[in-house]
Design a protein around this ligand. Structure first.
Ligand SMILES: [Zn+2]
Ligand SMILES: [Zn+2]
Length: 186
């Protein structure tokens, strides 16, 4: 007699059905959807630009999100700071340097320093002075810094015009790309 009564699925049964329907676990699907929504918004605001190569990011699959300044073991605010988020092509966000042992020190040739942003060795003169850092210069080269500042200014402008609110304008000039991409968006 119970056959016509709709049966309530257990949560594991429901999960199996969702996996069958979407072809992936619900968590993966939710992450993918979030990324799709984000990419769509970036496209709308013409911010789907790769910070590394300046090229257009064409699909959400190709979008990689990362923290500019590393937050781990430093400052949890950096994790949530939207000014500390950068977008790039996945292919451009490949870790080129094995800095080993969790240390962020990259040993550069004499007179040069590593830019965590464009990921190349450049002459020390091409960096701003940063007395707090172990090698005395900033983690990102002057070119990258001004590029990033320009992008941030543009974002502020688009926040102004689109939402009509100035948004958060705290700006600290310096920073560098963390070598760790945001795991959950990959
Ligand atoms: Zn790129
Ligand atoms: Zn650079």
């Amino acid at each position: 007699m119970n056959e016509n009564k709709p049966r309530v699925l257990s949560s594991s049964e429901r999960k199996i059905r969702v996996v069958e329907q979407l072809g992936m676990p619900p968590g993966t699907a939710a992450n993918r959807l979030r990324k799709l929504v984000l990419f769509n918004q970036l496209q709308k605001h013409r911010e789907n630009i790769c910070v590394r190569c300046d090229g257009t990011i064409e699909t959400s699959d190709d979008l990689s999100i990362e923290h500019i300044k590393p937050w781990e073991n430093r400052d949890s605010d950096l994790f949530w700071d939207l000014d500390n988020i950068a977008f790039s092509h996945r292919k451009c966000n490949v870790v080129h340097v094995n800095h080993g042992g969790g240390s962020r020190k990259v040993i550069a040739p004499e007179g040069q320093s590593w830019c965590f942003y464009c990921r190349t060795f450049k002459l020390v003169e091409q960096f701003t002075v940063h007395s707090m850092r172990w090698n005395g210069v900033s983690e990102e080269c002057r070119d990258c810094k001004s590029k990033r500042n320009a992008l941030r200014d543009r974002r502020k402008v688009s926040r102004f015009s689109d939402i009509g609110s100035p948004g958060a304008c705290q700006a600290s000039g310096e920073g560098s790309i963390s070598l760790k991409p945001l795991q959950f968006l990959h």
